[in-house]
Design a protein around this ligand. Structure first.
Ligand code: NAD
Ligand code: GLY
Length: 356
């Protein structure tokens, strides 16, 4: 096991550590000290549980453990899965001092976190993310929830974890397509708030694709630092946190129009970032730099065929919509994102029209 690196998400009495290291499972990090009561429920899925559930048990010495494995995939990030987790909590006699542990990717983390937010009006939870995307984004910041057929993440709550434990060794079993999807969110941090990190990604993309441990560790640490800083400033997204949604207005529309699961979330966000960069009106050279980096990461940069009306209908369900008006996170330059109060409507028609 290598030395773990800890980043704190500073939220007053809801502050928590993100612990990052290779080999933290198998007892490498004592999770039981974050389980205040006598018992916990591990929420995982049919892919991750056989790989890692036995390995997390030594981290929970002395605690009674019950489990539930959900079906795999974004299409199961649903009210039905939430109900299944709540049912399991009830069946197992869980109380207010039970802790819910999410072991898996962002889908498992979002569902488990939301179940923890709802059960008995809120019980503690722990994130053990096992995809790159969940390690750099979904497990940090307390957004939890499930999809509605009409819109992504429409049902949810803010509920911060007690700790995020990131064992980077879990990425060894992650399929390449999923790794690339996670790289989309890593690139997002460079684009929205750290142009030096963006340049580092340009130089180190091959090492990341080859899962070289030092490169992955640096990318995960920097992403978590940036996310922790933004979340600490604006936990409930009343302002600056919205920049973390760069590319997501278009991306969520792609996911929804395709019926969750065809394009991965990170793939939809990658294309959404190009569309948002084009709408921003930054220099062509900067849009091209982003396109080249996303392509280097093996990510799609052109949207699938979607009718213009479908774009507008699904983007209309975006959580940034105010007074029925669409609002977009745009760029002033690479590394400098903001929530725009207006945008070029003709340009938007051109961008979504090109995908008909
Ligand atoms: P995912 O949870 O579907 O995981 C991707 C796939 O990898 C799944 O098949 C999963 O079973 C498998 N898997 C997970 N870990 C593995 C491992 N170590 N080895 C082998 N296979 C493994 O998808 P994701 O990309 O992790 O997360 C996407 C979800 O996260 C979306 O629903 C998105 O909306 C959400 N999200 C939430 C936030 C947030 O702030 N809460 C932020 C970003 C994304
Ligand atoms: N993934 C966007 C956020 O956490 O705010």
């Amino acid at each position: 096991m290598t030395a773990a690196h800890t980043i704190t998400v500073n939220l007053g009495d809801r502050s928590y550590p993100i612990v990052i290291g290779a080999g933290l499972l198998n007892g490498g990090f004592d999770l039981s000290k974050f389980v205040n009561g006598p018992d916990c429920l591990i929420v995982s899925n049919e892919i991750v549980a056989p790989l890692y559930r036995d390995r997390i048990l030594p981290n929970l010495a002395g605690k009674a453990v019950t489990t539930i494995d959900l079906p795999d995939g974004e299409s199961y990030k649903s009210v039905a899965s939430l109900q299944a987790v709540i049912d399991r909590l009830v069946e197992s006699g869980a109380n207010r001092d039970t802790t819910v542990i999410a072991l898996g990717g962002g889908v498992v983390g979002d569902i488990a976190g939301f179940a923890a937010a709802c059960y008995m009006r809120g019980v503690a939870f722990i994130q053990v993310p096992t995809t790159l995307l969940a390690q750099v984004d979904a497990s940090v910041g307390g957004k939890t929830g499930v999809n509605h057929p009409e819109g992504k993440n429409l049902i949810g709550a803010f509920h911060q974890p007690q700790v995020v434990m990131i064992d980077t060794d879990t990425l060894k079993s992650l399929p390449d397509r999923e790794l690339k999807a996670g790289l989309a969110e890593v690139i997002k941090y460079g684009v929205i708030c750290d142009v030096e990190f963006f340049a580092w990604l340009e130089d180190n993309m091959q090492a990341l694709l080859e899962k070289e441990p030092p490169a992955l560790a640096r990318a995960i640490q920097r992403s978590c630092e940036l996310k922790a800083t933004v979340v600490a400033e604006d936990e409930h997204e009343s302002g600056h946190r919205v920049i973390l949604n760069f590319g997501h207005t278009f991306g969520h529309a792609i996911e929804n129009c395709q019926g969750y699961g065809e394009w991965l979330h990170g793939e939809a966000v990658a294309t959404g970032m190009i569309m948002a960069a084009e709408l921003s009106g930054i220099g062509d050279g900067d849009v091209e730099r982003l396109r080249v980096l996303l392509q280097k990461a093996g990510l799609p940069v052109s949207p699938p065929a979607i009718d213009g009306q479908d774009w507008l209908r699904t983007m209309g369900m975006d959580k940034k919509v105010k007074q029925k008006q669409l609002r977009f996170v745009l760029l002033r330059a690479l590394g400098d994102a903001y929530l725009a109060t207006s945008y070029d409507k003709d340009k938007l028609q051109q961008i979504i029209g090109a995908s008909d």
